[in-house]
Design a protein around this ligand. Structure first.
Ligand SMILES: [Zn+2]
Length: 282
């Protein structure tokens, strides 16, 4: 089986920023560092975009797309974790995506993994071909989940009316189920994180998770994030670009080919996949 890796970037306002800015796009130093890492490894970026940003940031996105291989996907319309995959969000995001790109969206990622049965139903009704929202791991707290029963590889969600879509869960390091995300590499530090990567490895199909704020979280002024969460997210903040490059380098050394999720979809669709019946979605 071919080893394929997708670099995903959840394009959303900087977390905890009262000004709702996106410094990765506004700060030319960040922007250029990002572009150069992607190009150094011939990587490709699938950008899950909060679709109400197309209006304000459309020109910057278009600029980014001239600098790196970039495909758009949907990351809800408003990025409200309390309304992550309602019919309204799904329809509004589809409309905004189509208006900006001239194409019908094929994929959706709900804010902080908050997909549910109803949301998957809305995606099926609106002809989405994949969802990429399930964390196959555990997270405590208000927006917590316990998904260790979920596969760590793509699976198919089928509904009795014959409709189906492919779920691309966030990739976790095998066995220990720690998410392959820049934020987790920063939390653990590269020494420990890279050791875990080498010991347990990744599946053949990988999605790397990152957000703009992961690259400079500790430098966001007047952050509304406090306490333990602030401490966790601030760890190794100045090393973020370096860690991001190390993660991509790890994939390159392991002979992964970098592809868009739409390309991964074409491959995976041909394969026999585990099927999960939508009617039984927990
Ligand atoms: Zn998000």
């Amino acid at each position: 089986m071919k080893k394929l890796a997708c670099i995903t970037l959840d394009m959303e306002p900087d977390y905890g920023d009262s000004e709702k800015r996106i410094r990765l796009l506004e700060n030319s130093e960040y922007f250029e560092q990002y572009v150069s890492i992607i190009n150094r490894y011939d990587a490709k970026v699938t950008m899950f975009t909060v679709t109400n940003l197309f209006e304000k940031y459309g020109n910057v996105f278009t600029d980014l797309a001239t600098r790196i291989p970039l495909e758009y996907s949907v990351h809800s319309h408003t990025h409200n974790p309390h309304n992550a995959c309602s019919l309204e969000e799904v329809q509004n995001s589809k409309q905004a995506y189509t208006k900006f790109t001239g194409k019908i969206p094929i994929g959706y990622r709900a804010p902080i993994g908050r997909i549910d049965k109803a949301g998957l139903g809305h995606l099926l009704d609106n002809d989405f071909m994949y969802d990429a929202s399930v964390y196959p791991s555990i997270r405590p707290g208000e927006f917590g989940y316990s998904n260790l029963h979920m596969p760590n590889i793509p699976f198919r969600v089928t509904r009795s009316d014959g409709k189906s879509l492919i779920e691309f869960p966030f990739t976790a390091i095998e066995k220990i189920r720690i998410i392959f995300a820049l934020s987790y590499a920063k939390l653990f530090g590269w020494g420990i994180y890279s050791l875990l990567l080498k010991m347990f490895g990744l599946p053949n199909h990988v999605l790397l998770l990152s957000h703009p704020h992961d690259f400079y979280f500790a430098s966001i002024p007047n952050s509304t994030v406090t306490g333990a969460e602030k401490i966790a997210l601030s760890r190794n903040s100045v090393k973020a670009f370096d860690y991001f490059e190390k993660m991509i380098q790890f994939l390159a050394k392991q002979k992964y080919e970098f592809v868009f999720i739409s390309e991964l979809y074409q491959q995976v669709e041909q394969m026999p996949l585990t099927e999960v019946v939508w009617e039984n979605w927990k």
